[in-house]
Design a protein around this ligand. Structure first.
Ligand code: NAP
Length: 241
C-alpha cells in the first residue's frame, strides 16, 4: 500500500491502459477518480475497485472541453481536498496515409491527445502547488519519440505531449511536481485495433498488456525523496526499437 492516502485522477479510465492504471493505483492504496465519457464502464471500474477494498468515484467528461476539465478537477478537489496524482491517459489515433487525413481529423486528435493534457495540467498544477507537490503522469507513446508512416497526426499529438512533459518538468521540479512521460509501443487494447490487427489476432497477442503499462504508471507515481521518473520507454516483445 505504497500510495495510501493519495488522491489519483485518471483520465480515460473506462477501459484499456487507463482502467488498468486506475486498478493498479487503487491496489497501492490510492483513492481513484476515474474520468471518461462512458458512465457504465466507469461505474463498472468503481465496482471492481470497491470489491477489492479500494475507494473510487467517477466523473463523466469530454476531456477536449475546457469546461468539462475544470468541472472534473473542481469536483475532485471539492470531494477530496486535493489531487496528488494526475494520469493524463486519454488518447485516440488511427492509421491512414497522410493525404487522407482531414482538418477535422487533425483538430479532433490534437484536442483529444495534446490539448486535453495541457488543460488538465493547467487546472491541476495550482492545487499541487498549494499542496506542496504531486505527480503528473502523461501516457504518451513511442510515437512521441519518433515518427511513423500513416500516423502523422497521432505522432504530432504525442510529440506535443512529450514536449509539454519536458517543459513542465523543467518549470516545476523544484516545486516538487514530478512530471513523467510513459511511452509504450503496441499495447493490446481497443485502441490498437486496425492496421490489419483484430481482437485476439496473433500480432495483438505479441503486444504489451495494459497491466504492463499500468506498472510503469505506478512506478512514476511512487513517492521517493531523491529522484523522479522523467520518462519510461516500453516496447512489446514483437516490436523492434
Ligand atoms: N494501445 C496502444 O497500442 C498504445 C500504445 C502507445 C500509447 N498508447 C496511449 O495510451 C493511452 C490509452 O490508450 P488505450 O490503448 O488504453 O486506448 P483505449 O482502450 O481506446 O482507451 C481510451 C480511453 O480514452 C477515453 N476517451 C477517449 N476520448 C475521450 C474524450 N474526448 N473524453 C474523455 N475520455 C475519452 C475512452 O473512454 P470513453 O470512450 O468512455 O470516453 C477510453 O477510456 C492513449 O493516450 C494512447 O495514445 C496506446
Amino acid at each position: 500500500m505504497r500510495l495510501k492516502g493519495k488522491i489519483a485522477l485518471v483520465t480515460g479510465a473506462s477501459r484499456g491502459i487507463g482502467r488498468a492504471s486506475a486498478l493498479a493505483l487503487a491496489h497501492e492504496g490510492a483513492t481513484i477518480v476515474g474520468v471518461a465519457r462512458t458512465k457504465a464502464e466507469l461505474d463498472e471500474l468503481c465496482r471492481a475497485i470497491s470489491a477489492s477494498g479500494g475507494s473510487a468515484s467517477s466523473f463523466v467528461a469530454d476531456v477536449t472541453k475546457a469546461a468539462d476539465v475544470a468541472a472534473a478537477v473542481g469536483d475532485c478537489v471539492a470531494k477530496h481536498g486535493r489531487i496528488d496524482i494526475l494520469v493524463n491517459n486519454v488518447g485516440m489515433g488511427g492509421y491512414r496515409p497522410f493525404l487522407e487525413w482531414s482538418e477535422a481529423d487533425y483538430d479532433r486528435i490534437m484536442a483529444t491527445n495534446a490539448k486535453s493534457t495541457w488543460l488538465f495540467c493547467k487546472e491541476v498544477i495550482p492545487h499541487m502547488l498549494s499542496n506542496g507537490g504531486g505527480n503528473i503522469i502523461n501516457v504518451a507513446s513511442v510515437a512521441g519519440l519518433q515518427g511513423y508512416a500513416n500516423e502523422a497526426i497521432y505522432c504530432s499529438s504525442k510529440f506535443a505531449q512529450v514536449g509539454l512533459t519536458q517543459a513542465l518538468d523543467r518549470e516545476f521540479w523544484q516545486k516538487n511536481i514530478k512530471v513523467s512521460a510513459i511511452c509504450p509501443g503496441g499495447v493490446e487494447t481497443h485502441f490498437a485495433l486496425g492496421d490489419g490487427r483484430t481482437a485476439g489476432s496473433e500480432h495483438m497477442k505479441g503486444f504489451s498488456t495494459a497491466e504492463d503499462v499500468a506498472e510503469a504508471v505506478v512506478l512514476a507515481a511512487l513517492p521517493r525523496d531523491r529522484s523522479r521518473i522523467v520518462a519510461v520507454v516500453m516496447r512489446p516483445m514483437n516490436e523492434q526499437t
